[in-house]
Design a protein. Structure first.
Length: 277
């Protein structure tokens, strides 16, 4: 196997943003083709030089991905990388420059500002607490504070979606649907634009349910949970209720949690923007 390429993540903060981009790019290649290293909390270009020179002397193939908030330091590091002949991607500078040009405002130049413990941080914590307290039908007698309400039959990704959306700053409740369970009255009092019905396919859900049942005894007691006929009845009931509520339906089969969450957020934002126009 060829020598792996080293992507050095350089930042005057933690380097989380650049590391995420580097991981996403590396994921497009075979495992082991790219090695990612991180140089965080850089305060001077000399730190970068000291880190790189031994690697370059050893003949390593290196590229640098950097997110540096401080303008002078960013320029110094960029100049150094050119001098050393290291291919580099500035992931932050062009974005800051574009926004500054459009707004006419000067950037703050504060490293790691999005990771500071501020009101947004505490808002996300509050949203996480809300999601836990309103998971799987808990607290469903009052949904007045929910930004988003997820409904769906068992194993349609309600809980992981709730937690992911909570991390994005949304108060999310999720309610399981089943023919033998009466939905809470509070659900019918929620703005339909804030309700999202999660649906999937038989091919996606049946194996997951069967695996969850596991033991023979469990299957004998609750075998209908993974029975295709019973699942179809659940699907029909869920579709009927979603139609009655007038909510938007999201297909979760074959999708990453992030994809479904993005679909929900974009739909909600479009509706709210239209109403406020």
């Amino acid at each position: 196997m060829n020598q792996p390429v080293t992507v050095l993540v350089i930042s005057d903060a933690l380097g989380e943003t650049a590391a995420s981009v580097a991981l996403a790019a590396a994921g497009q290649f075979d495992e082991g083709a790219v090695a990612i290293e991180r140089l965080s909390r850089v305060q001077d270009a000399r730190q970068v030089k000291s880190y790189l020179e031994p690697l370059l002397s050893a003949g390593k193939k290196i590229a640098a991905f950097h997110t540096i908030a401080q303008d002078k330091l960013r320029k110094d590091v960029a100049d150094l990388l050119v001098k050393l002949g290291v291919p580099a991607i500035d992931l932050l500078g062009p974005a800051i420059g574009t926004i500054a040009a459009l707004t006419g405002l000067a950037p703050k130049g504060i490293p790691g500002i999005i990771h500071r413990t501020d009101e947004h941080y505490f808002q996300r914590i509050a949203c996480m607490e809300y999601a836990v307290e309103h998971d799987d039908g808990r607290g469903a007698d009052d949904l007045s504070e929910a930004d988003i309400v997820l409904i769906g039959v068992s194993r349609t990704s309600k809980t992981p979606l709730s937690m992911y959306l909570a991390l994005q700053g949304y108060r999310v409740a999720n309610i399981p649907l089943a023919p033998q369970m009466e939905p809470p009255q509070a659900l019918f009092e929620v703005d339909p634009a804030r309700i999202f019905g999660l649906v999937t396919t038989m091919e996606a859900i049946a194996p997951i349910r069967a695996q969850r049942l596991g033991a023979t005894l469990a299957q004998s007691v609750a075998g209908s949970y993974a029975d295709p006929t019973s699942i179809e009845l659940e699907f029909a009931y869920a579709r009927s209720l979603m139609k009655r509520l007038g909510c938007f339906v999201v297909h979760t089969d074959g999708k990453a949690i992030e994809e479904s969450a993005t679909e929900i957020i974009e739909r909600l934002n479009r509706i709210l923007l239209t109403r406020n126009a």
